[in-house]
Ligand binder design. Structure first.
Ligand SMILES: [Zn+2]
Length: 166
């Protein structure tokens, strides 16, 4: 008669979330830049509709400068979608939410190319730098999360990583 005493084991829920986030990030890291069929399947499984192919291509060109892995924005969506049902079980969801945010930050660090003297030279040779011209102001401050230029100042969040600007 004490069914209500069967409380949710918060530590277990958090551990479940940690494993889920780890598996999302591991797959995201293992796919080619912009994702592949395995990544698409994961998004579908999580109920996330990914970006259209042309938007993915644009993100790779103009975004934070990913050299590999699924797009940061889609990884954010995947983590959020995966954690959402678990967060509802917790009295204090901030711990798990923070875990997800930290994982995304780590992910971004892992897929952004490191700048070293040798890679600067390599990048200079390999990259056809997209010319940002016209509307976007050169003084627009970059996204503090991913470092990409803030293209559209009317948008409340970063087009490339989903970080809120507020
Ligand atoms: Zn960003």
């Amino acid at each position: 008669m004490h069914d209500e005493d069967e409380r949710i084991d918060e530590a277990r829920v958090i551990e479940q979330g940690r494993q889920l986030v780890a598996s999302i990030v591991n797959l995201a890291l293992s796919v080619p830049a912009g994702g592949d069929v395995r990544w698409d399947k994961l998004l579908v499984a999580l109920g996330v509709s990914g970006l259209a192919p042309d938007e993915r291509a644009r993100d790779l060109r103009e975004g934070p400068g990913q050299s590999k892995g699924a797009l940061v924005l889609e990884v954010r969506w995947a983590i959020e979608a995966g954690l959402a049902p678990l967060l509802e079980l917790l009295d204090q969801p901030w711990r798990l939410r923070e875990l997800g945010e930290q994982a995304l930050r780590d992910y971004l660090g892992a897929v952004k190319p490191r700048i070293s003297t040798s890679s600067i030279f390599a990048n200079a040779l390999a990259t056809t730098k997209p010319i940002v011209s016209g509307g976007a102001s050169a003084s627009a401050e970059p996204c503090r999360f991913c470092g990409a230029p803030r293209a559209d100042r009317s948008k409340p969040s970063c087009r490339y990583c989903g970080e809120s600007f507020t």
